[in-house]
Write a protein that binds this ligand. Structure first.
Ligand SMILES: O=C(O)CCC(=O)C1=CC=C[C@@H](O)[C@@H]1C(=O)O
Ligand SMILES: [Mg+2]
Length: 371
């Protein structure tokens, strides 16, 4: 049956993180993004969230580029085509290069709407069977090792299943060694956000002695060649993040041996359909995957949770609970991680309601477009 799309409402939100989040590329304290609401002619609503940052330091997309691409390019495509299933969205949008985060936000809203129309959860619509998912936490660069140690202690008390630490040149081996001394058995991984090159091989080999679960994206943000060379010399698995924009990239990276683990971010790969394909391919290849995060608010987190219900999301993802970043989230109930476990919602669609009061409170703009 056709999905009778009627209109799209774009809500621009501005929310303040509880505390600054520092990575090798910069510090974030405020998040701006769009909630994409698709409405059908029966009055059902589906929601998606854009995940690009205001500044193009993670990928080239930004909050503004997301908005422009959605309004100027993606909505016009939807006006011209009838949809029967959300898997049809990706091939329509694929005619346009890049802009995966813009595409994913719209596609995600259509997936939610589709699942609601069917009366099934988004996880079920995607083929996910897990009833709960294990989650880890991503900790930004701290001012002192002492502060980092107490952040880790607190996260372990909250039950998070693995600790991801951001590193950058000058704030790496020494700190991780100290952390390892304090927490000899904790599953710890490091994320460099492309801050190193093969010239740093001796330093990267020192990281190799720290029994890390994996090292995430140590080298250049589009690279898969040097990562293969590096992986050859390390026993610690490399996990690619920034270098992966599609199933094509994953196939090449696995063929070259650049990555033994894949971080799937729905926005980075252009949506849930492509995420599913990457998941299925990695499963066949025996490559474990986990779901990355983009400091999303509740709608984005809900999509990550639904995706993580697929079988090969073996490793804990970055989908920490709402209270990790927000005083108040925009969904009801908020995402709760208890002992590092989040229950996968079973009600239709993403399984969380919009907290309309919070939405209004954080909204700085609202635009409606007819389909
Ligand atoms: O959403 C989360 O909790 C994970 C945050 C996180 O680690 C990241 C978000 C966005 C860009 C990076 O800094 C980083 C990552 O690379 O995974
Ligand atoms: Mg990363």
């Amino acid at each position: 049956m056709v999905i009778p799309l009627k209109k799209i409402i774009m809500h621009k939100l501005r929310m303040r993180l509880k505390e600054p989040f520092a990575t090798s590329f910069g510090v974030m304290q405020e998040k701006e993004f769009y909630i994409i609401e698709v409405v059908d002619s029966d009055g059902n609503k589906g929601y998606g969230e854009t995940v690009a940052f205001s500044v193009p330091w993670y990928t080239e997309e930004t909050v503004k580029s997301n908005r422009d691409i959605i309004v100027d390019c993606l909505i016009p495509i939807l006006r011209e085509h009838e949809l029967y299933h959300p898997d049809e969205v990706f091939p329509l949008f694929e005619k346009l290069r890049g802009n995966n985060m813009a595409k994913a936000a719209v596609e995600g809203a259509i997936w939610d709407l589709y699942a609601k129309r069917k009366g099934i959860s988004l996880a079920t619509a995607l083929g996910g069977e897990k009833t709960e998912i294990g989650v880890g936490i991503s900790i930004g660069i701290q001012r002192t090792v002492g502060e980092l140690i107490s952040k880790i202690e607190q996260s372990l008390e909250e039950g998070y299943k693995r600790i991801k630490l951001k590193i950058k040149p000058g704030l790496d081996v020494e700190i991780l060694r100290e952390v390892r001394r304090h927490f000899p058995d904790t599953p710890i991984m490091a994320d460099a956000n492309s801050a190193y090159s093969l010239k740093d091989i001796s330093l990267l080999k020192e990281l190799d002695d720290l029994d890390l679960m994996m090292i995430e994206q140590p080298l250049q943000h589009y690279d898969i060649i040097d990562h293969a060379k590096l992986q050859n010399q390390l026993k610690t698995p490399i996990c690619l993040d920034e270098s992966i924009h599609s199933l094509y990239d994953v196939e090449k990276a696995i063929e070259l041996g650049s990555s033994k683990v894949i971080n799937i971010k729905i926005g980075r790969v252009g949506g849930l359909s492509e995420s599913k394909r990457i998941h299925n391919y990695c499963k066949k290849q025996g490559i474990p995957v986990w779901c990355g995060g983009m400091l999303e608010a509740g709608i984005g987190r809900a999509h990550n949770i639904a995706l993580s219900a697929l079988a090969n999301f073996i490793l804990p993802g970055d989908t920490s609970g709402s209270s990790r970043y927000w005083e108040e989230d925009i969904i009801h109930p908020e995402v709760i991680a208890e002992k590092g476990i989040i229950k996968v919602p079973t009600s239709p669609g993403i399984g969380y309601e919009i907290n309309e009061d919070a939405l209004r409170k954080f909204r700085v703009e609202r635009q409606e477009y007819q389909i």
